[in-house]
Write a protein that binds this ligand. Sequence first.
Ligand SMILES: [Fe+2]
Ligand SMILES: [Fe+2]
Length: 190
Amino acid sequence: MRDAGADLALGTRDGLPDALRVLLAEFPREEWEKAGLSPLIRFWLDRHMMFRKLTVRLAADARAAIDGRADPRAHAAALSRFGGLFVGELHGHHHVEDAHYFPVLSRHDARLETGFGLLDADHHALDGHLHAFVERANAVLQADAVARHDATGRFLDGLEGFAPLLERHLTDEEDLVVPVLLKYGERGMG
Ligand SMILES: [Fe+2]
Ligand SMILES: [Fe+2]
């Protein structure tokens, strides 16, 4: 049993508190497929999966570069491409959720309203990590041959700290949002 009074910050919580899991109890993950996932829900879950895959790819590439298994120029090109995609798409994704999805979804069920405030706070916390991600990625791209190894190590350290927080956010967001959509539909989602 999770304590609703526990610290719910992104860096410390281990899931949604029980008070925010009432609809998840009604629509558990293993029954989402059976309940009928709409194209919109599938698209949105696919975005989350893309963010997960990009963090895995970026970390694997950085490890290969550090271990000397990757050509530095090929690593720089991949980091620029996939890092830029990750940051740009995640910013856009957060914006759509904050501006369009959450205001609509939070009105359906008063019991879950605080959950959308929690997800919004997550986005602000993740913004700081995204900013650091960009700085460290740019440091790798601008480093000379001598500094590149250490810069890539710092980038990887940062990404390994950031990825579990992003995973926590994505999982909790899915646990809150998908049951709301399954129960109340997609009216007003656009
Ligand atoms: Fe989000
Ligand atoms: Fe999301």
